[in-house]
Design a protein around this ligand. Structure first.
Ligand SMILES: C[S@@+](CC[C@H](N)C(=O)[O-])C[C@H]1O[C@@H](n2cnc3c(N)ncnc32)[C@H](O)[C@@H]1O
Length: 344
């Protein structure tokens, strides 16, 4: 690992206040999509935290080449991003420190890994690893992966999606923050090609059960396991940092391997015009055609309909008191949180 643990630590500064100078002017923005104003319940807390000298150096030097902010303002051409229009691209949401991401990229140079997280130190580590190991197939996205999926990726553009050890949010009142929910799956399905692999793993048993339940119930995904259960740990997934901590605590680890179902056809694309100031962007929409040829109305919703039924993945209605309180509380309590929000 290229991270320098003995070097002086630096704090990544939020770039928002007028008097605050961003620590990395050409690096990851503190709040690229202004998501604090979105008032959507998020699956993460800001984790700018301490940045080592090595991570900072990697961010300054490599970010302009391999990193970008999830600002929700433009559509990404993945062929252009990776410099190869033929490269299949897999999105990894929440890479943490990125060691496992780098290992997977090294083991599979024929796949592009688009790695998204909000964790500034981890972004620095992953960039440094990509350089030291000569990985040309990793790109680092800073910000909320929901916005990346919703507004910046084209329909059916991804060949896979990896969510390894997402924050478990063990408290009941926090369950709404968990990433793997029906609304998230409906959004992700529109960005995945038919047959694309969705791979989740967790060491938190109740979350594993929830994942299996919502994935099994989703019309957009099919379990690769004939018995409808968890998958054996695939050889290609390395041990992750968070997983190691869970194993030390005696937690059982579960992998879930589902494929995006064929017959979920994207019928409408998100607009490249999507803006964060301009209200709801045109939503991702898909028509799920059952074997009997019935179109699933739920998947072909309009923006307004999607807003009503999928509050976690759509922009919230302006002025929603409850969600506003949530956002303000998160900001107040965790302006610079470094640790995982709730590691059981
Ligand atoms: C518990 S950590 C696991 C990290 C890593 N996968 C591992 O196993 O060591 C979950 C990570 O997901 C990130 N995360 C959660 N929700 C996210 C979102 N909507 N967009 C981007 N990153 C997110 C968090 O910042 C955190 O780094």
């Amino acid at each position: 690992m290229s991270e320098n643990h003995t070097a002086p630590q630096q704090h990544a500064q939020p770039a928002t206040g007028a008097s605050r100078v961003p620590r990395f002017p050409d690096g990851p923005a503190a709040d690229p999509a202004g998501s604090h104003h979105e008032r959507r319940i998020r699956s993460f807390r800001p984790r700018r935290g301490r940045v080592t000298a090595g991570q900072g150096e990697a961010l300054r030097r490599l970010w302009p080449r391999w990193g970008f902010d999830i600002d929700g303002l433009h559509r990404i051409d993945l062929g252009e991003l990776f410099g190869d229009t033929e490269l299949p691209v897999v999105l990894e949401i929440g890479f943490g420190m990125g060691e496992a991401t780098a290992q997977m990229a090294a083991a599979d140079p024929g796949t592009g890994i688009l790695a998204a997280d909000v964790h500034t130190p981890g972004q620095g580590t992953l960039l440094a690893l990509a350089e030291s190991e000569g990985l040309s197939n990793v790109r680092v996205a800073n910000g909320d992966a929901i916005i990346l999926l919703r507004e910046m990726l084209a329909p059916a553009s991804l060949s896979g999606l990896r969510v390894y050890f997402p924050d478990p949010w063990p408290k009941k009142r926090h369950h709404k923050r968990r990433l793997i929910q029906p609304e998230f799956l409906a959004l992700a399905a529109t960005r995945l090609r038919p047959g694309a692999l969705l791979h989740c793993a967790t060491d938190w048993e109740p979350y594993a059960e929830q994942m299996l339940e919502v994935l099994t119930a989703s019309p957009y995904f099919e379990n690769t396991q004939p018995d409808g259960g968890y998958a054996p740990r695939p050889d290609f997934r390395p041990l992750t940092r968070f997983e190691g901590q869970g194993i030390d605590k005696g937690h059982p680890v579960h992998d879930l391997l589902f494929r995006r179902a064929h017959g979920v056809e994207v019928t409408e694309s998100i607009g490249a015009h999507a803006t964060r100031a301009g209200g709801n962007p045109t939503p991702p929409a898909a028509a799920h055609t059952t074997p009997a040829g019935r179109t699933d109305v739920e998947a072909g919703r309009t923006a307004a309909e999607t807003e009503r039924v999928a509050p976690d993945v759509r922009r919230p209605a302006a002025g929603s008191a409850a969600t506003g309180r949530e956002a303000r509380r998160t900001e107040r309590l965790h302006p610079d949180a470094q640790d995982h929000p709730a590691r059981p």
